[in-house]
Design a protein around this ligand. Sequence first.
Ligand code: MG
Length: 248
Amino acid sequence: MKSVICDIDGVLLHNNQLIPGADKFIARLREQGNKLLCLTNYPVQTDSDLANRLGAAGIELEPHHFYTSAMATADFLKHQEGRRAYVVGEGALTHELYKNGFTITDINPEFVIVGETRSYNWDMIHRAAKFIAQGARFIATNPDTCGPSHSPACGALCAPIERITGKQPFYVGKPSAWIVRSALNHLDSHANDTIIVGDNMSTDILAGFQAGLETVLVLSGVTHQDQLEQFPFRPNHIFANAGEINVV
Ligand SMILES: [Mg+2]
């Protein structure tokens, strides 16, 4: 039986509204007993926040069904040397870092970690750039440059810091193969019997492809059929929405 790694925004929800058929898809997976992990690049909500958000839309899942780029960033960093971090982000990210033994500080940090926050400002850019210039390692939760309705996302917040320092962060989130491998570890599943479902060619499908998973694109989010021509790779399957998926 296949395991399923499933994106959230554009696949299950549009903003906070259920995408028709997504409830049926998740209910069917749970009935069949497929292992399921909802994998999102969005670093601002915790697993409980996400369970509540989906619950309000009519999809019943538990916190353990969620894995975010913030959780993955903490998992990534706990295998790296250094426990002092300067963080540009919200509680969901700092909570994961605290849980894994990190000190959040602006004194001699070994890491600069950028997620997403509405309190982003000049002083944060200045400190982040200064610490990176002094040798702190630059890590970011996800490369997305914008969220719904053109809200600035992590990649956009990293851009000025990259310009000042001339250094690029390691982006933990999709399309890194690392986050998919980490998600597979959480599921205790293997790449060759897992499918990844997503609406974004540049993150979900590329991540799945790089990690050796079967890829399923749904057209209920950011990608339209006529944009597929622009990409040098193709998903294994394409469906209008999650409710139409018949390969699992
Ligand atoms: Mg999406």
